[in-house]
Design a protein around this ligand. Structure first.
Ligand code: HEC
Length: 207
């Protein structure tokens, strides 16, 4: 046996012992679990409310367009950030998750729950909702509207705006003219419309 062969195992054992003791200490240290009562504070609660007139880091929310959908105290008519392809794709995904059950995939208010007896939401394609400011839709999502529940605590503000952009796209999809289509695409569209119309006139139904 070499001179210090026992040293390495002994050192590892000591380290292991230290680690175990340390772990136990963390586990058993006195601490409050969420909602635990406390006899230390006057109101008996261990969780403390934020100090009055203070704002936590990152919680200022001073941008009233982004957080409240308001501009000069009125429902906003513009988006707080540019509507890009990514924003629209995100909006479509979120809309399909959160809104379609009631409003339907095309926004006519014919989602699955309506067939089960829930209130029929209004169609997004009415003149009133097509011309409603985006800030109104933001308000409806954030605070609810009549029979509709609020989604304020489930959909972050950026996603609410993305959904609104997608609702606007849905509205345009049901109320667009040929002039809204880029000139280079129009001939293709006209040709396709002709095929559909001819198919319909042949057997009275759309293929
Ligand atoms: C559980 C069903 C349900 C879901 C989910 C739902 N809504 Fe609604 N929504 C309704 C109903 C019902 C109304 C009509 C409320 C009324 O007039 O009392 C409504 C009304 C609206 C209106 C019209 C407000 C007006 O001025 O008339 C908008 C805009 C709207 N919802 C947007 C959304 C969006 C966006 C989502 C997804 C984030 C959503 N809703 C999710 C049921 C729902």
């Amino acid at each position: 046996m070499r001179k210090y062969d026992w040293a390495a195992p002994l050192l590892s054992l000591t380290l292991l012992a230290f680690l175990l003791v340390a772990c136990n200490g963390m586990e058993d240290q006195p601490k409050y679990e969420p909602l635990d009562p406390s006899s230390f504070f006057e109101n008996g609660m261990s969780a403390r409310s934020p100090v009055a007139n203070t704002v936590a880091r990152g919680q200022l929310q001073a941008d009233s367009l982004l957080y409240d959908g308001q501009e000069n105290g009125a429902p906003a008519t513009e988006f707080p950030f540019p509507v890009t392809d990514e924003v629209l794709a995100r909006g479509q995904e979120r809309y399909n998750i959160f809104c379609t059950a009631c409003h339907g995939y095309s926004g006519y208010g014919d989602g699955v729950v309506v067939g089960r007896g829930l209130t029929h939401p209004p169609s997004f394609h009415s003149e009133r909702l097509r011309t409603a400011p985006v800030g109104h839709i933001f308000d409806v999502i954030s605070h609810g509207f009549g029979a509709m529940y609020s989604y304020g605590d489930r959909i972050p503000v950026e996603d609410r705006w993305a959904i609104i952009a997608y609702v606007r796209a849905l509205q345009l999809s049901q109320n667009a003219t040929l002039e809204d289509v880029p000139p280079e695409v129009r001939p293709t569209l006209e040709a396709e419309t002709k095929v559909v119309t001819e198919t319909m006139s042949e057997d009275g139904s759309q293929e």
